[in-house]
Design a protein around this ligand. Sequence first.
Ligand code: ADP
Length: 438
Amino acid sequence: MSLTVSPVVDHTGKVIGASKIARDITQQKLTQQRAKKYTVRLEIMNMVMSAISEELDLNKILQKVTDATTELTGAQFGAFFYNKLDAAGESYTLFTLSGAPREAFEKFGMPRNTAVFHPTFSGEGVVRVDDITKDPRYGKNDPYHGMPKGHLPVVSYLAVPVVSRNGHVIGGLFFGHQEPAMFTEEHEALVISIAAQAAISLDNAKLFEEVRALNDKKDEFIGLASHELKTPLSSVNGYLQILDRQIKEEAPKKFLQKALNQVGRITSLVNDLLDVSKIEAGKLQLTTADFDLKPIIEESIELIQHSAAKHTISFTSEMGHCPVQGDAQRIEQVIVNLLSNAIKYAPKADKVEVSLKCTAEKVIVSVKDLGPGIAKDKLKNIFTRFYRIDEASPNISGLGIGLYLAHEIITRHHGEIWAESKLGEGSTFFFSLPKPLA
Ligand code: ADP
């Protein structure tokens, strides 16, 4: 009721009575309540729809859908039974629950293909019953003839199949309430729309799992193949070196040198691949010690300069010594990689500039080339695994793992690696390492 009371006054302004207006606002209140209920439902729907469309973790999708639909239907408990194939192709069922502990269901096993459950698991359609215990399909099966003893009491029953885009039944959403006639047509419609979105999200999650499994297999293969290649490669290298020592004639010796160079190239590719698979498996070992970075840079330059006839590599350093902490061999690997890229990807240039600088907290090494440079949109990807800018260097071979390894090694040393470049103006690669505490 809405009550309005106003004073009634005479000509002198004295209150002589009161007027009351009472209005029945039941309808208005009901409409407000209904609107509020719809808003809350809409919010839950929106929340669950966007949450599951972004989610790729199967269990999380199942749980979010179960929780949201149980809340929306006002069920005392809800469950999502999900059919899954394991690696051997065997079917098994996962389930998530809302409103009841897992123990409440675990002892009963999975719902079987009985008359009650059949329409859901076959994808035939929705089952919504005001009192399932009075339904003709109920209680027809051994051994329980109805719900087993100790089962949560279900009177109102709603079950919605979840069907994938290709028509395959992914599973079913089940809701129960101990009071009769709790689930309405509207509840049914809400669950159906969420079930449709859930089917899409579950399909995506499944695809994602498959891609991940294939990716793992690929990593495993790379590890295995590079490991298998390493042994014969070392033998070839060994035999070529023996021959090299024995042969004195100039012409065959030249060929042998070429063969040895090529074997060296393959060995470094195989080693890089092995490192990649070690990183993926979390097994890249670092042997940490104090060392001087300056001679490491000088040695790397010497090594690369040796095989780079056209380019001159210059080096400027702000300090005489540069003590750092880490794995000297791995840091050398990074510098060698940056130097060989600076030469490999700038075939028309003839200069590479290396510098070593120092700030209060870190040391910074830079490798600058005068090559074609790297486009801005590509720059952010060059440290990713297997990434290559093919159109910029179509005839230059590589696997796109050198910078990925460099990034991994520097990050493991708590340093940073980055590149600055402008198309047509060359590139500068930097890495920094923290200075050891004094
Ligand atoms: P790759 O084995 O292919 O050389 P990297 O991981 O070392 O792999 O480099 C990734 C990609 O980044 C290269 O394919 C190349 O396109 C680009 N890149 C690397 N260094 C330079 C550079 N100094 N100048 C221009 N492009 C470069």
